[in-house]
Design a protein around this ligand. Structure first.
Ligand code: UN1
Length: 510
């Protein structure tokens, strides 16, 4: 099989950037080569920022924060609503640019921008609901309450695979909460970041009253990320990436008592029970395991199947894996686009070799390329049948590899499910309510996301997103994730004339 890329991807990317209002000086003649995974060619050269410029941008963002925090929250929400409106207009163009820069399917590129719009809608509504509690006081003539205040500059470090949606999760909440934002995107995806910054600038101009530098974009290497990690002007850093990155970032944040929202590696599993609707499970597994070429944090990486349905399900999966269309993600029939780069391809092959030498049976996983595209890495997704959960099965390899295991007892399946260092997303396929409820209970899945009869990926923005264990413990997006972006104050007000002390303590100076 070969992959055929007809039109010039580079030319298309430049047209999209131009359409989105990014000036050509931002993406030509710079020192950072930007490759498209569709062909592997260099499509732009972006200038990176130096340490002094980054320091200045953080200081300017702090100054902007001091003004933004006194803008009433619903007015801040109006700005975010306008950001959502700009994104709505930009959706087809920005979505296409996401596809060209990351290799995800067009519908996934559009979906990513939709996710940005959705969080803006959520945050705009939230701007009128940043509510605290009124708490009964134990003292006569006293009232207690809780208030939520803006925090400061929020640093955002994002990964290549969701280059703009994860920024939006953080940006939309941080902004309505009264904070400034400073963003270091992945070096692999600066073009979509430039486009989003241009969109933000338009929304801010429409809103009016937005202080300059409220949202800064810092394109640079990991040293720029480290500046965000270490800056005393950044009280909260939200970082998405590998567990190794989180291990480096976490202690440095802790050393200066800064907050971190860490969204790190996942090793997500699904259990398929005897009563499962196998047709539905098959579709869910296919999307979760092969979608985005296995490059989501939430990608399904382990499948734990009851022995009674194992043969039937694996046979069907094998035929789906063998026939799935791999190719140009801009084409309507394609379901699997390219891996981001050669490094990712090598990591996939290394994991498959390790599994093979451990006795696993590997179906698929080979490179699917044309002679004309030596620098693009298209692969057939791999199904790997293993008898034990060891070695590579316990690691996250950011590629479309699905390890398949058989189980006999439900308790063993649950134990296997939880016996990995990561804890992001999980799913069970069953029509048995006891199994479903146990999976969701305190003794069930140990992940931040646990689903019934849907796959592990493709979460909506309304819920809190994040996971446990080596996934880092952070929560972004919906529910009450906004609280992390604010400073909580507990207030006690004495409206009486006496001064009773709490816990009945007496301290009489007369
Ligand atoms: C990620 O891969 O970092 O739930 C985010 C999902 C998407 C977000 C993934 N909504 O798959």
């Amino acid at each position: 099989m070969t992959v055929d890329i007809a039109t010039s991807v580079g030319q298309e990317a430049l047209e999209l950037l131009n359409h989105l209002g990014v000036h050509s000086s931002a993406y030509s003649g710079g020192n950072l080569n930007v490759h498209t995974p569709l062909t592997g060619e260099v499509i732009a050269q972006v200038a990176t920022i130096n340490a002094d410029d980054a320091t200045e941008a953080i200081a300017t963002a702090h100054a902007a924060f001091l003004q933004w925090r006194i803008v009433p929250a619903p007015k801040r929400g109006e700005m975010v609503r306008l950001l959502g409106e700009e994104l709505r207009c930009a959706l087809p163009v920005l979505g296409r640019l996401v596809t060209i820069e990351t290799g995800k399917l067009l519908s996934e590129g559009f979906g990513e921008v939709q996710e940005m719009i959705d969080i803006c809608t959520f945050a705009a509504g939230l701007s009128r609901q940043l509510t605290g509690l009124t708490i009964p006081s134990e003292r006569v003539g006293h009232r207690m309450m809780e208030t939520w205040h803006p925090l400061g500059v929020v640093g955002i470090i994002s990964a290549f695979n969701f280059p703009v949606a994860v920024w939006a999760w953080n940006a939309a909440l941080a902004l309505v909460c009264g904070n400034a934002i400073v963003w270091k995107p992945s070096e692999k995806t600066p073009l979509t970041a430039l486009a989003v910054q241009a969109i933000f600038t338009r929304a801010a101009a429409k809103a009016g009253g937005v202080p300059p530098g409220l949202s800064a974009l810092l394109i640079g290497d990991s040293s720029i990320g480290q500046q965000l990690v270490d800056s005393p002007l950044v009280p909260l850093l939200s970082a998405t990436g590998s567990t190794a990155m989180g291990r480096a970032v976490g202690p440095r944040l802790a050393a200066r008592f800064a907050r971190g929202i860490l969204e790190l590696g996942g090793n997500n599993a699904a259990i398929v029970c005897p009563s499962a609707d196998l047709g539905l499970a098959l579709r869910a597994i296919a999307f979760s395991a092969m979608g985005t070429a296995g490059q989501r944090c939430t990608t399904l990486r382990r499948l734990i199947v009851h022995e009674s349905v194992y043969e039937a399900l694996i046979a069907q999966l094998k035929s789906v894996y063998a026939s799935v269309v791999i190719g140009d993600p801009r084409d309507a029939g394609t379901l699997v686009g390219p891996l981001i780069d050669e490094r990712s391809f090598r990591a996939m092959q290394a994991a498959l070799d390790e599994a093979r030498s451990g006795g696993a049976t590997v179906t698929g996983g080979e490179r699917v390329s044309s002679k004309d595209l030596p620098h693009a890495f298209y692969v057939r997704p791999a199904l790997v049948e293993v008898s034990a959960q060891t070695g590579a099965v316990k690691r996250e390899t950011f590629a479309p590899i699905l390890y398949v295991m058989k189980y006999t007892n439900f308790a063993d399946a649950l134990a296997l499910h939880n016996d990995v260092p990561q804890g992001l997303s999980s799913a069970i396929f069953t029509l048995n309510m006891r199994e479903a409820e146990e999976f969701l209970s305190a003794t069930g899945s140990d992940c931040g996301i646990a689903n019934v009869n849907i796959g592990t990926s493709g979460a909506e923005i309304g819920g809190a997103f994040g996971g446990e264990k080596e996934t880092g413990g952070g929560r972004e997006s919906g529910s009450d994730a906004w609280k992390q972006y604010m400073r909580r104050a507990t207030n006690t007000i004495n409206y009486g004339t006496a001064l009773p002390l709490a816990q009945g303590v007496s301290f009489d100076i007369d």
